[in-house]
Design a protein around this ligand. Structure first.
Ligand code: RIB
Length: 319
């Protein structure tokens, strides 16, 4: 995996502030975060004994960066890719409301320095695993490099286009096997200002397939995830919805998408078919929202397997 690592500063509030509004919240909390690190921890926790996860990321030369590198290694993520740069570690300011919803602003810090030039002489760090997962909190150039190299050695490339780019990253999408946006990111990639009616999500996924990826998985919060693949790798044509169990306890949705992406990448790397991997990822994400912090609720494999029994698969209704 390649991606970001942030220190998350969180303020719990009753409701999210509107633009220009100040709201008072509870005591400030600090958590480990960053989409790349969250996804790597999600995969490492859901992995079988002996399976290895690597994250190539840049943290700063501040005390937070040193502590984070130690912490990621303690989560079982190989130290090889946990790199250090001059300057501050990435920071996210997050407000979380009483229903678990959030707003996030990120200062990239060291994440912005993760470029192919920076890794010169060490680019082979990117050549790891049967699946390479990335997001867009680091420069696109490093993601393109990682995906090109992954394609050359036959690894699956998985892109979580978050935060949503201002225009579709054409070259990157042509290097992507599995594209995993949420509904808002899917709308952005298709140049839409508003989101989709639930019934139109299937046709949105089909339009996204035309941008280059071989499969599209759209995450839809408590409604689960819709998946669709074209012909060829990975796997034959598959489509459907994976629905989480009813009555999921929600404390904090921060990092639910990361939990999904990390678990999905892990199952695809294990050789699972797309539908199987999406079900596994929905089970993981449904557990991840039960605790505060992006990594607080990331489940271990036995928990995911237990929750999996209550995740259902269904067809995409035409729309
Ligand atoms: O996806 C959640 C993550 O987004 C947070 O951990 C925050 O750091 C931002 O990267």
């Amino acid at each position: 995996m390649v991606g970001s690592a942030n220190l998350d500063i969180v303020i719990p509030v009753e409701r999210l502030p509107r633009p220009g509004e100040t709201v008072l919240g509870d005591a400030r909390q600090e958590f480990w975060g960053g989409k790349g690190a969250n996804q790597a921890v999600a995969a490492a926790r859901a992995a079988r004994e002996g399976e290895r996860v690597r994250l190539v990321c840049l943290t700063g030369d501040d005390p937070g960066g040193a502590a984070y590198r130690k912490r990621l290694a303690a989560e079982g993520i190989g130290r090889g890719g946990l790199l250090r740069a001059e300057g501050p570690t990435g920071t996210a300011l997050i407000v979380v409301d009483a229903r678990g919803g959030n707003q996030i602003a990120v200062s990239p810090g060291a994440n912005a320095l993760l470029t192919p030039g920076r890794l010169r002489g060490r680019l082979q760090l990117l050549d790891f695993g049967r699946a390479v997962l990335a997001q867009l909190e680091v420069p696109q150039a490093i993601v393109r490099e990682a995906f090109r190299r992954a394609r050359r050695r036959g690894a699956i490339t998985i892109l979580n286009p978050a935060p949503a780019p201002s225009s579709p990253p054409k070259e990157l999408l042509s290097l992507t096997d599995v594209l995993v946006p949420n509904e808002r990111e899917a709308a952005c990639l298709l140049g839409r200002k508003s989101g989709f009616r639930p019934a139109a999500l299937g046709s949105a996924a089909r339009k996204l397939l035309l941008l280059g990826p071989r499969a599209v998985v759209i995450t839809a919060g408590e409604r689960g995830a819709l998946f669709i693949s074209g012909q060829g790798e990975p796997g034959e044509k598959e489509d459907g919805w994976a629905r989480p169990p009813a009555g999921v306890r929600v404390v904090d949705t921060t990092g639910a998408g990361d939990s999904f992406c990390g678990a999905l990448a892990l199952r695809l790397a294990e050789g699972a078919k797309l539908a199987d991997a999406v079900r596994f990822a929905v089970a993981a994400a449904s557990l991840s929202v039960g605790k505060a912090g992006a990594q607080g609720g990331l489940p271990r494999r036995h928990g995911v397997l237990r929750a999996l029994r209550r995740v259902s698969l269904g067809p995409i209704r035409p729309g």
